[in-house]
Design a binder for this molecule. Sequence first.
Ligand code: TRP
Length: 336
Amino acid sequence: MKKTILTGIRPTGNLHLGHYFGACQNWLKLQNEYEFFLEIADVQALTDNFDHPEKVRMNVKELAIDLLSIGIDPKKTTLFIQSKIPEIAELTVFYSNLVTIARLYRNPTVKTEISQKKALFGNDGESVTYGFVGYPVSQAADITAFTGELIPVGEDQLPLIEQCREIVRKFNHIYGDTLKEPEALLSPTPRIKGLDGNEKMGKSLGNAIYLADTEETISKKIMNAKTDTTKIKKDDPANPEVCMVYYYHKLIKNDHLETVCEECKKGSRGCVTCKKELIEKMNEFLKPIREKRTYYLEHTEEVQKILEDGSKVAKKKAENTLSNVKTKMNINYEEL
Ligand code: TRP
């Protein structure tokens, strides 16, 4: 029996290289080896975008197209939309009795996110919503609904997996063995640096290269990428290890990497030449993704069908979990 893998992604923007190399590339491998459920977490995205539902709505389609374009294969992966599975919401209600508010507030991920979202939740988090503080409970429902055993996530998500494990243990302790305790599967390359040299590439940091970027945009972004600031003249020797251009040459596996490195160190390679080469290689790397993107944009009915079919398969699985949960909780009224 193949193990079940479940992960989710919030539809709040297009995929960038940080997502691709930090998480998605690993998913492409996992979908060949495991039973893979991939959730477009629209309900979760609404917990901090409730005032902009149109943003979430628009990005569900964008994200689905991005995921299919990079090679998420609907024959191997069950790709589905969270809100299409109401069983998740029902499980969330049942699990909410097993979690204290104090514990939710102590969750490091929740804590960090509240302090990062001052515009939405106020300076001391005084406007934080019940839905937001409770999202770890909903995420535990995501995981258990599909009997997720291995959960590929970044480090920032570990406290959520831990909280899910606690809920599972408490459920099993009170109602009898029912749910499986999931395990986190940490990404081998969790963080990808941004164009500005920041340790993290992120949408809000404005330092990302998107898979959907046009050739023109890629060219502009790379021309402005951070290089070794001590290099003033074109033939000054420089240190590739502090240069983002070299970093991306490495990331997309330029086959002349050693030459790039040596020439940079010797001062025989100017930054403009180096950037132009990266632009070319980056476009080569993005070409097949762009082609698939164009295809899916022209065939959105296919994307729609993939999401509908995936959501049907996912729903069956969640119905089964919910039925087990209700039976154990004594709220199954098939017979009075
Ligand atoms: N919280 C995750 C994130 O922001 C997304 C997510 C939703 C998720 N449901 C999940 C991750 C279930 C793992 C399992 O990245």
